[in-house]
Write a protein that binds this ligand. Structure first.
Ligand code: PLP
Length: 359
């Protein structure tokens, strides 16, 4: 297998894929595929409950938070969150740090009056903005931020202050990469396709008092309260995604939990940033070091004319999916939990050799 630096859907742990490969044909000696199990049957219900229990253990999720396994991708929840949390005419505050927080604002637009309370747009999204609690709207339904900007490579080490407002975090691209203080948040949500499993699944951790909010009129299937009451099985859930998420949670526990995972991520990202910063200007990452993402590392080559060659030769060396997002150009190495240290070591060795040859 190649080293996969895709931003998402992204690399999964080899052990998870091997288990899934076996279970795809014959789950637990049942003679049926794990994908062929009814979500109402005991085996799947037990698996689903165990996945939730393992996630609760990993993130130390208190009992007054519900855990939901939903569908629609994070993008759908950019809209569904205001539908659930804001009544018609309500306002909500947003922090802008890059592409995904912009998208969160635009998708929320039809359902809540959005206001930008802090932004690093003028700085080209190369740093984190200061969030002044005195500037927050005391009547806002919530404050939304994106914990890790997958495209711009900016990450919050600590959540921004939110005063008394429920803090809502899109953690799609850094969930489970380090411990998180869940109680600082009203909602933590994440599309699964980076650190959890396949796309099409969204994990949401929501403080139970927020489930009482009436929001606006909507179908039951969109209402978090109804999904919580039905254990996320108001309709047929993404059983395959839920099962794979459970395998990944078990894998993280076996690695030693989030403290061990964080230590690995610090080491991997440190190695890569060091290679960039120490390249004498051949490679560059423009992000303020205090805000650099440990998951997504965008970098440019000093001469963009070398980009195509870099991509061609890195692919030939077994380093997959290093092309950067068109919004920022250059390269991007996504080094989620499942990307091992050996992959980053292979990448920095390739980068050094490439710089030596073409510098
Ligand atoms: N939020 C972040 C931080 C992302 O990185 C992405 C996509 O990769 C999304 C939201 C959108 O997720 P989806 O495509 O599952 O809707």
């Amino acid at each position: 297998r190649v080293w996969n630096f895709s931003a998402g859907p992204a690399a999964l742990p080899l052990e998870v894929l091997q288990q899934a490969q076996a279970d795809l044909l014959d789950w637990n000696g049942s003679g049926a595929s794990v994908m062929e199990l009814s979500h109402r049957g005991k085996p799947f219900m037990a698996m689903a409950a165990q996945a939730e229990a393992d996630l609760r253990e990993l993130l130390a999720i208190p009992a007054h938070y519900a855990v939901l396994f939903l569908q629609g991708g994070a993008t759908q929840h950019f809209a569904q969150i205001p539908m659930n949390l804001a009544a018609p005419g309500d306002r909500a505050d947003y922090v802008l740090t890059g592409h995904w927080s912009e998208k969160a604002v635009s998708e929320a637009g039809p359902y809540v009056q959005t206001r930008i309370v802090a932004s690093s747009k003028e700085q080209g999204y190369r740093c984190l903005p200061l969030v002044d609690t005195a500037a927050l709207d005391p009547d806002a339904a919530y404050l939304h931020y994106v914990a890790n900007e997958t495209i711009h490579g900016i990450e919050w080490r600590q959540p921004p202050p939110s005063g008394h407002l429920p803090l809502v975090a899109d953690m799609s691209s850094n969930i489970l990469s380090a411990p998180v203080d869940i109680e600082r948040h009203g909602i933590v949500y994440a599309g699964a396709q980076k650190n959890i499993g396949p796309s099409g699944l969204v994990v949401m951790i929501i403080r139970r008092d927020l489930l009482a909010r009436e929001g606006r009129p909507m179908a039951n299937v969109l209402r978090y309260r109804e999904q919580a009451a039905a254990d996320s099985m108001l309709n047929t859930p993404n059983t395959w995604g839920w099962y794979l998420a459970g395998l990944t949670f078990k894998w993280i526990l076996a690695q030693g939990g989030l403290a061990a995972i964080e230590a690995g991520n610090i080491r991997k990202s440190g190695l890569l940033y060091q290679a960039i910063d120490g390249s004498g200007g051949f490679y560059r990452n423009p992000v303020d070091p205090a805000a650099r993402s440990r998951m997504n590392v965008p970098f440019t080559l000093h001469d963009p004319a070398l980009d195509a060659l870099f991509l061609e030769q890195s692919a030939a060396a077994g380093l997959m999916a290093l092309k950067g997002h068109k919004a920022v150009g250059g390269m991007r190495a996504s080094i989620y939990n499942a990307v091992p240290l050996a992959a980053v070591e292979a990448l920095v060795a390739f980068m050094a050799e490439f710089a030596r040859r073409y510098g």
